[in-house]
Design a protein around this ligand. Structure first.
Ligand code: SF4
Ligand code: SF4
Length: 367
C-alpha cells in the first residue's frame, strides 16, 4: 500500500536536489523539479513516473550514501512509482495484485493455459489437441475454434483497456495538468518512442555501475518495438482472417515475419534487461520492485518464446498443446497488464505529456 514514509523520503530528496541542482542536465525530472518550490503528493507521483531510472543522478551525487544526507533519487522514485501504480489501480481491490506479481503471473498463466485446453476439449474432439495437422488454412481452428480464441481475448482486452483508462484518468486528474498546448502530444510521443530520458544527457545510463552504457536503452527498444511488431502481426492476421485467409500462414507472409522479428526482439530485450538486473548494483534499486520487474520480463519472454515455439512445431503433433500454451500465456499477459509493471508505460507516457505541456507553457509565458 502507498506509504507516507516513502512519500516523505522522495519529498526530502527533491528539496535537497532543488537546492543543489547539479543534475539538471541529466533528464526531464530536474527541469520539472525546478519549476516547483513545494512538492505535493501528486507532484511527486508525476516526477517519479517521469524518472526513467537511469541512475545517472545517483552516481553523480555528492550526497548519496554514505553521505549522511543519503540521497538516492532512483530508489526513492522507484518506491514511489510502485505506490502510484497501486494508488491509481482500478478497481481498487485489485491493487493488491501489484505486490504479489510473481504468484499472480504464475497463477494467471496456469489458469489461462488450463482454460484454453478446457475450451478446446469441450468444443472440439480432445484428440485433435495431440494430432498432427497439415499446415494448411484453418489448421489452428481444428484444434481450438475461432470463437474460443476470439471471445476470451476480446473480453480480457476490453477489461484491461477499461482498467488502464480509469487509472490514467485518475492520474491525470490528480496531476492538475494545464491545458494542452500545440505540439506537446508529438513531443511526448517522440520522447516515448526514442526513450530520450534513458540517454542520460547523451552518454547513456549507469546500467550496472558508474560506467556509462546505452545497453538498457537499446534493450528497452528491442522489447518495446518487438512487442509492437507482435501486436502488428496479430492485427494483420485478424484482417487476413476477416477476408477468409485463415491461419497458419507461410513463413514469408507479413504476420509470420512481423511476429518472428517481434518475438526475437522481445526475447533479446527481456533476457538482456534481466541480465542487467541480475548483475547491476542493487543500491539504486527498490527491492520491492525486483519481483514485479522479474514477473513482467518473464511473462513477456514466455509469450515470445511460446509464439516462436508454435511456429517451429506447427507441422508436428505438439502443435495443439503449443497453441494452447501460447494462447494461455497471451491471455495471462493481457489480463494482468493493469496490475503489473507493464503499467509503467502508461504512467510514464502521461508524465512525459504533462512535462511537454509544462515546458511549452513556461516557454509561452517566457519564464
Ligand atoms: S541527485 Fe545529488 S547531485 Fe544531483 S541534484 Fe540531487 S542532490 Fe544534487
Ligand atoms: S535516475 Fe536518471 S531519470 Fe531518474 S531522476 Fe535520476 S537522472 Fe533522472
Amino acid at each position: 500500500m502507498p506509504s507516507p514514509e516513502r512519500t516523505a523520503e522522495a519529498r526530502r530528496a527533491m528539496e535537497v536536489c532543488n537546492a543543489c541542482r547539479y543534475c539538471e542536465g541529466f533528464c526531464a525530472v530536474f527541469p520539472a523539479m525546478e519549476r516547483r518550490r513545494a512538492f505535493s503528493d501528486a507532484d511527486l507521483d508525476y516526477l517519479a513516473n517521469l524518472c526513467h531510472g537511469c541512475r545517472g543522478c545517483f552516481h553523480a551525487c555528492q550526497y548519496a550514501p554514505p553521505h549522511p544526507f543519503g540521497i538516492n533519487v532512483p530508489r526513492s522514485f522507484a518506491e514511489l512509482r510502485l505506490d502510484s501504480y497501486a494508488r491509481y489501480a482500478w478497481p481498487k481491490p485489485l491493487a493488491a495484485l501489484l505486490h504479489h506479481n510473481g504468484i499472480v503471473m504464475a497463477l494467471a498463466v496456469s489458469i489461462g493455459v488450463g482454460l484454453v485446453i478446457l475450451l478446446a476439449a469441450a468444443l472440439q474432439d480432445p484428440a485433435s489437441l495431440f494430432g498432427v495437422h497439415p499446415v494448411q488454412p484453418g489448421a489452428f481452428y481444428a484444434v481450438i475454434p475461432l470463437a474460443a480464441m476470439l471471445w476470451p481475448a476480446l473480453a480480457v482486452s476490453l477489461f484491461s483497456v477499461l482498467a488502464l483508462a480509469m487509472g490514467a484518468r485518475a492520474f491525470w486528474r490528480d496531476a492538475g495538468t494545464p491545458r494542452r498546448a500545440p505540439g506537446t502530444l508529438a513531443a511526448a510521443v517522440g520522447d516515448t518512442l526514442s526513450l530520450r530520458n534513458l540517454g542520460g544527457g547523451g552518454h547513456g545510463c549507469n546500467d550496472r555501475d558508474e560506467a556509462f552504457s546505452m545497453a538498457r536503452r537499446w534493450l528497452h527498444h528491442a522489447m518495446f518495438y518487438g512487442f509492437l511488431l507482435c501486436f502488428a502481426a496479430t492485427c494483420v492476421a485478424t484482417l487476413y482472417d476477416w477476408f477468409g485467409h485463415l491461419a497458419p500462414y507461410g513463413f514469408s507472409t507479413p504476420p509470420v515475419l512481423l511476429g518472428s522479428v517481434g518475438g526475437l526482439g522481445m526475447l533479446v530485450g527481456s533476457g538482456g534487461l534481466f541480465w542487467l538486473k541480475l548483475t547491476g548494483d542493487q543500491t539504486p534499486d527498490a527491492r520491492r520492485l525486483v519481483g514485479p520487474d522479474v514477473a513482467m520480463l518473464a511473462s513477456l519472454a514466455l509469450v515470445a518464446f511460446t509464439g516462436l515455439l508454435l511456429l517451429a512445431l506447427r507441422a508436428t503433433g505438439a502443435m495443439g498443446i503449443a497453441l494452447a500454451i501460447h494462447l494461455g500465456c497471451v491471455l495471462a499477459l493481457f489480463v494482468t497488464v493493469p496490475y503489473s509493471r507493464m503499467v509503467h508505460g502508461l504512467y510514464r507516457f502521461a508524465a512525459l505529456l504533462r512535462n511537454a505541456i509544462e515546458a511549452r507553457t513556461m516557454r509561452i509565458l517566457g519564464e
